[in-house]
Design a protein around this ligand. Structure first.
Ligand SMILES: Cc1cc2nc3c(=O)[nH]c(=O)nc-3n(C[C@H](O)[C@H](O)[C@H](O)COP(=O)(O)OP(=O)(O)OC[C@H]3O[C@@H](n4cnc5c(N)ncnc54)[C@H](O)[C@@H]3O)c2cc1C
Length: 290
C-alpha cells in the first residue's frame, strides 16, 4: 500500500531503541544542519517505515533524548535525515558529531500529515523557518503522486536568505516543479541585494498563489505565531478549518502518551499530534498557561 493511501498510523514500540550511525552532515544555516543517519543493523534498515510529519526520539548516549522530525523522503529509509537546530543541552552535542558516531533511535512516532486527504483537490503547504523540516517529507510524498492532486502549491518563508533551509534543494525544485506543474514561492522577512524572490512574511505570498479555498487542503508548519497568522488568514479566505493542519512542538519525553510532558489541555502532542487539525487546537493555543 502506498504511504499516500495509508491513513493508519504505524506506531513504533517505545522500548525498541535501535543504534543509528551518522553518515553525513549537511549544514543548512548557521545553527542548523541535516544529520543523515543509517540504522546500524540491516534488518532494522529494511523494516523501518515512516510517514510524512512523523518524528524519532534521538538519544545522545549519556546526554539525553530529543524529539526530531524526519526531514527526508519516506520512500528512502536506508538513510534518515534529521534537520536539527542547536538550541540547548542535547541538540548542541550534534554539532560536534562526526561521521561514524552512533546514537540511539526510537520511532517513528506521532500522527502524520494526512497527504491522502488532499487528493482530488489542491494541496497547499506553507512553511516558516525550521518548520520546513517536518513538512518536507510531505512535499516529497506529494511530488511523487503529482497526478493525484489538482494543484500543489508550496510557500516557504524564512527570517533572511541565510536562514532558509534546503535553499539549494528548493531552488532546484523550483525549476523541476515548473515542468511538473508544482508551484513554489519563496520569501524572506528581510532580503539582501542577492535575494531574487519575494520579501515579506509568508502570508504575503497568498494573493499571488491564487488559492481556491473551497478545493484546498493546507499544511502549515513553523513558529506558533506564524502558524496562527497563516491559519487565520486562510480561514478568512474561506478555507474550512477542518481542512487546515498544523504541526505543534512541546517538550516531550516518552513519545507515547505516558509521561504528560507534552500535554496541551486534553491532547498529548506526542500521540494525538504533532499534526493536528487547526480546529482541534486553535482554542488551546490561545491559553497561555497550556
Ligand atoms: C514532535 C517534535 C518535532 C521536532 N522536530 C524538530 C526538528 O525537526 N528539528 C529541530 O531542531 N527541533 C525539533 N524539535 C524541537 C527539539 O526537540 C528541541 O529543540 C529539543 O528537544 C531541545 O532539547 P535540548 O536538550 O537541546 O535543549 P534544552 O536545553 O532542553 O532546551 C533549550 C530551550 O529549548 C526549549 N525546548 C526544549 N524542548 C523543546 C521542544 N520540544 N519544543 C520547543 N522548545 C523546546 C527549552 O524550554 C529551552 O528554552 C521538535 C520537537 C517536537 C516536539
Amino acid at each position: 500500500m502506498s504511504a499516500l493511501a495509508l491513513e493508519e498510523v504505524q506506531r513504533a514500540d517505545p522500548r525498541d531503541m535501535r543504534v543509528a550511525v551518522l553518515r553525513q552532515v549537511v549544514p543548512q544555516t548557521p545553527d542548523t544542519s541535516t544529520y543523515w543517519f543509517a540504522l546500524r543493523r540491516a534488518a532494522d534498515r529494511a523494516a523501518f517505515r515512516f510517514q510524512p510529519g512523523q518524528f524519532n526520539m534521538l538519544y545522545v548516549f549519556g546526554q539525553g533524548e530529543v524529539p526530531i522530525s524526519i526531514s527526508s523522503d519516506p520512500a528512502h529509509t536506508g538513510r534518515l535525515g534529521h534537520t536539527i537546530r542547536s538550541t540547548g543541552r542535547v541538540t548542541e552535542v550534534f554539532r560536534s558529531m562526526r561521521k561514524g558516531d552512533e546514537i540511539g533511535l526510537r520511532g517513528p512516532f506521532g500522527r502524520p500529515w494526512p497527504v491522502g486527504r488532499a487528493t482530488g483537490g489542491d494541496l497547499l503547504i506553507v512553511a516558516g523557518g525550521l518548520g520546513l523540516a517536518p513538512v518536507k517529507s510531505a512535499i516529497n510524498e506529494a511530488m511523487r503522486s503529482r497526478e493525484a492532486f489538482r494543484r500543489i502549491v508550496v510557500l516557504v518563508g524564512a527570517r533572511g536568505p541565510e536562514h532558509m533551509l534546503f535553499r539549494r534543494e528548493l531552488e532546484a525544485w523550483m525549476h523541476l516543479m515548473r515542468h511538473r506543474g508544482i508551484e513554489m514561492g519563496l520569501t524572506v522577512d528581510v532580503g539582501d541585494d542577492a535575494w531574487p524572490y519575494n520579501v515579506g512574511v509568508v502570508t504575503t505570498l497568498f494573493d499571488g498563489a491564487q488559492l481556491d479555498p473551497v478545493a484546498t487542503t493546507a499544511f502549515v508548519c513553523g513558529p506558533e505565531t506564524m502558524m496562527r497568522f497563516a491559519a487565520e488568514d486562510l480561514v478568512e479566505r474561506g478555507l474550512a478549518p477542518d481542512r487546515l493542519w498544523v504541526s505543534l512542538e512541546r517538550n516531550m519525553q516518552c513519545a507515547v502518551r505516558l509521561c504528560g510532558h507534552c500535554q496541551l489541555g486534553p491532547k498529548f502532542v506526542c500521540a494525538d499530534g504533532p499534526v493536528f487539525r487547526w480546529n482541534e487546537v486553535a482554542g488551546l493555543l490561545e491559553v497561555a498557561e497550556l
